[in-house]
Design a protein around this ligand. Structure first.
Ligand code: ACO
Length: 370
């Protein structure tokens, strides 16, 4: 038995949700480029969960359900207000989702009907939790969700307490579409491993949030923004990046386990970053990103991944840095839950083996003799 480090190249599940073939990402067989331009996030979530695009009646019903479920249980809001103000927002989100199960009558109901309902509930509740956490951390009261608006609109409304501009809604909606699913990424695998024990959906999503938090995965978007803030201005950029490369420090937002010729999602976020910069009459962040890409791709051949340009996009949408990874979760909960449903449908516990490399033939030594 020999282990493959990081399970690189190991095919660990069969799935009909999303695929990456020759650098092309599809959701249920539809190219992400097509969806990014034409689909709303709600349509994409439905597609991931139920395997087909919704018709108008199905989309209307989904909107009604999202409206109904977005209001958070009062005890959860009270509990979130007790979290430390300077908490890591992904740690807070992980705790809040775990706690949410305590207030859900269906939490332990494993029927297909209950599971489908919980998936839609979590999709409605997660943005409300992230917005509430953001407001609580800045000393403000959470804002109740609005009815009849998209998830992107509602999130910005609940975060800022006022209706967002259409351009902001469109940009966030597209970012949500681009982040919705990504085959067997680390957080999705974590979710599948958890529910393959026949544990519940909230446990699966809590595991996934823990995995997404790390800077090698979803946490990279915050790390990219931290790097841009540290660089500060164009005249410091080249020296900063070169020093990191010389010291073999990873440049956040670059590289990918699967894509070696570029992440197909990155170009959409790059375009969005440019358009938002032009609208705000401030292209400085966008131009810094372009220069970093030139240097990193030029010297290491590494291409930007989904997290690189999303950092500048969220900043230009006025979103604080500590909410970038939680926003990733707002989108990816759709993919996680699609994978959880798929795992339940054809389940077998996920229990691989380890290659043992420790000592052998040891004997117990009594405590007096140690
Ligand atoms: N900056 C500099 N060098 C890099 C980078 C980077 N961002 N990424 C990879 N490399 C180098 C490694 O140092 C390594 O070099 P070596 O062979 O000389 O030791 C080589 O490229 C291979 O890198 P690995 O880390 O082995 O690649 P792996 O497939 O295990 O990791 C990962 C992929 C985690 C995405 C990696 O590229 C990375 O850490 N990137 C930065 C973090 C990041 O942006 N994560 C977000 C990924 S997208 C997502 O999860 C949503």
């Amino acid at each position: 038995m020999t282990a493959t480090k990081g399970l690189e190249g190991v095919v660990a599940a069969s799935s009909s949700i999303s695929s990456i073939v020759d650098g092309v990402l599809t959701y249920r067989g539809i190219d992400i480029d097509d969806l990014a331009i034409n689909a709303s996030f709600e349509e994409v979530a439905y597609l991931l969960w139920f395997g087909k695009l919704p018709n108008q009646a199905e989309l209307d019903q989904l909107q009604k359900d999202l409206d109904e479920y977005a209001t958070l249980p009062e005890p959860l809001i009270a509990q979130m207000k007790l979290y430390p103000k300077d908490m890591n927002q992904m740690a807070a989100l992980r705790s809040a989702i775990s706690a949410l199960a305590l207030y859900d009558d269906l939490a332990e109901d494993m029927s297909q009907e209950a599971n489908h309902k919980k998936v839609v509930k979590l999709q409605a509740q997660l943005p409300a939790i992230v917005a509430a956490l953001g407001r609580i951390a800045s000393g403000k009261e959470p804002v109740a969700p609005k009815k009849g608006v998209s998830i992107a609109h509602n999130f910005l409304y609940m975060l800022n307490g006022e209706d967002p501009e259409d351009t902001a809604v469109k940009a966030l909606d597209q970012a949500l579409v681009l982040h919705a699913d990504h085959e067997l990424n680390a957080s999705t695998f974590a979710a599948r491993v958890t529910v393959a024990t026949l544990s519940d959906i909230h446990s699966g999503i809590t595991s996934a949030i823990g995995a997404l938090k790390g800077p090698l995965h979803g946490g990279a978007n915050e790390a990219v923004m931290k790097m841009l803030e540290e660089i500060g201005s164009m005249d410091r950029l080249e020296g900063y990046i070169q020093e990191q490369l010389d010291n073999k420090v990873k440049i956040m937002g670059f590289g990918h386990r699967v894509y070696k010729n570029g992440d197909p999602r990155a170009k959409h976020l790059q375009k969005m970053s440019k358009e938002l910069g032009e609208m705000n009459n401030d292209l400085s962040l966008y131009e810094m990103c372009i220069r970093i890409e030139e240097i990193v791709t030029g010297s290491k051949g590494l291409k930007p991944n989904v997290d690189f340009y999303s950092a500048s996009v969220y900043t230009m949408l006025g979103i604080p840095r500590n909410l970038f990874t939680p926003i990733f979760a707002i989108s990816r909960v759709s993919g996680w839950s699609a994978h959880i449903l798929e795992q339940y449908e054809n389940n077998r516990i996920i229990r691989p083996r380890a290659e043992y490399v420790g000592p052998v033939d040891q004997k117990y030594i009594s405590i007096e003799q140690r």
